[in-house]
Structure formats: structure tokens, C-alpha cells
Design a protein around this ligand. Structure first.
Ligand SMILES: [Zn+2]
Length: 323
């Protein structure tokens, strides 16, 4: 296993724009430049604009940052790289304030960077959960903007979660079972989302978006699950047995998530809750192979649509006019 690099080592490796561009070039074109328009290989780098490459056959200019989190950003690539490194190696995630301190950028810039990198944690083409999946809901407190967080008077939001139950040793998605009990399991991938209420409609929408049809669903037998079509339903709550005993893996994920949201963010803000939940899911699902995440954060792994400032703060761009 590669040893974790310190920020100082990382900054030395990516000390300037050119070293970041060279890294991205290799990542994008491991066999050498290929024009996305005509497929030819002869190119010229533009000295005035080091992120652009021009095809010598068709003239198409290709930006090295196209399809990444960094596209159209005016920030130096070094700042992006360092921020992604900090976020991927810091076990609790990196708060904007810490990014600001360590990178020497303004708070607003640091906040936007952190939000954009968190967006990359949502992989758009990720595979749905399958096999045997525990599903349950929990409530967590949230805080309003700028309000001091006090758990006593905070509002509550409902979080629904699903986790794959897999066989501990073989990592198979269908663990062996003896009668009703699955043997030697551990948790696989999870999904979390905020839902408006515990209605069948809200719960089914989450399941359809995150779990493959045909999957066996282990639930607490809540009535909202009973009408669900296309899945095998295996209700687990017998009498008064506590949910954390019959659905151990989703409850372990919930308690980690709660501890993390209080410890790292002093309570989630409702408006950004989904983004933070995505960050938690991203870390959880990669807990055995963290080293991939720095590149994933930068969007160097999968294509993604760049997010604008106005999407991030969830307001309409006033310059775009009404509608
Ligand atoms: Zn071309």
C-alpha cells in the first residue's frame, strides 16, 4: 500500500501549473494525444494558454480540464490539486475554513472549492445496490443558516438509508443463510438521502433510484414498504426487537453518519444536506481503497457536468433574468 503523502510532499510534486497539466495529460491520453474531433494525433500546445491543445489536422482546440471539476475555473490548478488532496486524505473531510488556512485563498473561494469537490463525490453512473439490502430511516437534527447548533431546539430531517449485506470473506453479494439468518456478513456499499416524509411514495422513489429490481429488501416491516413492486420484501422486525439488532448494518452506518455530521459540521444544514450525505457515502463506499479519491474528486476519472456557483448556492442567477 502506498504511504499517504503529506501535503508538503504533494505540493512539491504538483508545485506549478505545468506539473498539474502534465499529470492530467497523462491521465487523459495515456497513449499520447488523440483529437476528440478527428481522432488524429498531431497537436500543438498553446504557450499562452497552457490548458489548451490544438489539433494540427482539424484545428479543434481541446481543454485539458474539459469534463473535470476544474473546467472554466480561474483558480490555479495547483490550488485545485492541493484542495482535493486535503479533502481526500483528511478523514473527517475538510472544512472550508481549514482549506482557507492551508491554501491561502479567500473563504468564499475555499467554500466553493469544497462544494465543487464534494459534488464530484456523486458518481452519476454508479451501479445500483443489489443482492440483499437493509433499508431503514432515521432522524437527524439540522441547523438553520448561521444559527448556533443546539440539539435541543434544532429541526429534524428524515434520512433514508440502504446498505448491501455481503458475505464477509468472499465479498459475495448473496450471503449464505441459515433459516432466516444471514451468516458472517459485513456491510457493502451504502446510499443515503433526505426524504420529505415516511410515505410509501417517498420511500419507493428512493428505492427505485438506488436499488436494483429483484433485490431482497430487509426492512422493519413499516407499512410503507408493503406495496412495493419488483423487489423481494423480507420484513425483519419481530415483536419489540430493536431495529439495530435486526438491521445491524444500516444502523451502524446511521450512527457513523450522525457522529460525523456532529463532529465535522456541528450539525448539517438542511439546504446542503444531500451534498454532505454524498460526501459521507463517498468516503464510506471507498473506505477500503482511499487512494483513488484524489483523482475522483478532481473529476479525472469520470466525465461530469461542471457545476456553476448558482447551482451550488441553490439560487437563480440574477444575471440570467426571470424564468
Ligand atoms: Zn482533430
Amino acid at each position: 500500500m502506498a504511504a499517504a503523502r503529506s501535503l508538503a510532499q504533494f505540493q512539491k510534486q504538483f508545485s506549478d501549473e505545468a506539473s498539474c497539466v502534465a499529470f492530467m495529460f497523462k491521465r487523459r491520453w495515456p497513449e499520447g494525444f488523440v483529437c476528440p474531433a478527428c481522432g488524429k494525433r498531431r497537436f500543438a500546445g498553446l504557450t499562452s494558454r497552457p490548458r489548451l491543445y490544438e489539433c494540427l489536422d482539424c484545428g479543434r482546440q481541446t481543454s485539458i480540464t474539459a469534463g473535470t471539476a476544474m473546467h472554466r475555473s480561474k483558480l490555479p490548478l495547483t490550488v485545485w490539486f492541493w484542495a482535493a488532496h486535503l479533502m481526500s486524505t483528511h478523514s473527517n473531510g475538510m472544512l472550508a475554513l481549514q482549506l482557507q488556512d492551508q491554501l491561502g485563498v479567500t473563504y468564499k473561494t475555499a467554500w466553493l472549492l469544497a462544494q465543487k469537490l464534494r459534488r464530484s463525490m456523486l458518481n452519476p453512473d454508479r451501479e445500483p445496490l443489489e443482492g440483499v439490502v437493509e433499508i431503514d430511516q432515521t432522524e437527524i437534527p439540522f441547523r438553520e443558516v448561521d444559527a448556533v447548533f443546539e440539539s435541543g431546539n434544532a429541526g429534524k430531517m428524515i434520512i433514508i438509508g440502504a446498505v448491501e449485506v455481503i458475505e464477509r470473506d468472499s465479498n459475495k453479494s448473496k450471503p449464505r443463510r441459515k433459516h432466516a439468518k444471514y451468516l458472517d456478513t459485513r456491510s457493502g456499499r451504502i446510499r443515503l438521502a433526505m426524504i420529505a416524509d415516511n410515505s410509501a411514495a417517498s420511500i419507493e422513489a428512493f428505492i427505485h433510484a438506488n436499488v436494483k429490481p429483484g433485490t431482497t429488501l430487509l426492512t422493519d416491516g413499516h407499512k410503507s414498504f408493503t406495496g412495493l413492486q419488483g423487489y423481494r420484501h423480507d420484513p425483519r422486525v419481530v415483536g419489540k426487537m430493536a431495529a439495530h439488532i435486526v438491521l445491524p448494518w444500516i444502523h451502524r452506518a446511521f450512527s457513523l453518519m450522525k457522529r460525523w455530521s456532529l463532529g465535522t459540521y456541528h450539525g448539517l444544514r438542511r439546504k446542503h444536506a444531500d451534498t454532505y450525505l454524498n460526501e459521507f457515502v463517498f468516503r464510506y463506499n471507498r473506505r477500503y481503497y482511499r487512494h483513488v479519491s484524489f483523482e475522483t474528486l478532481l473529476g479525472l476519472v469520470a466525465d461530469r457536468t461542471p457545476t456553476s456557483y448558482w447551482d451550488l448556492i441553490k439560487r437563480d442567477n440574477p444575471r440570467k433574468g426571470a424564468g
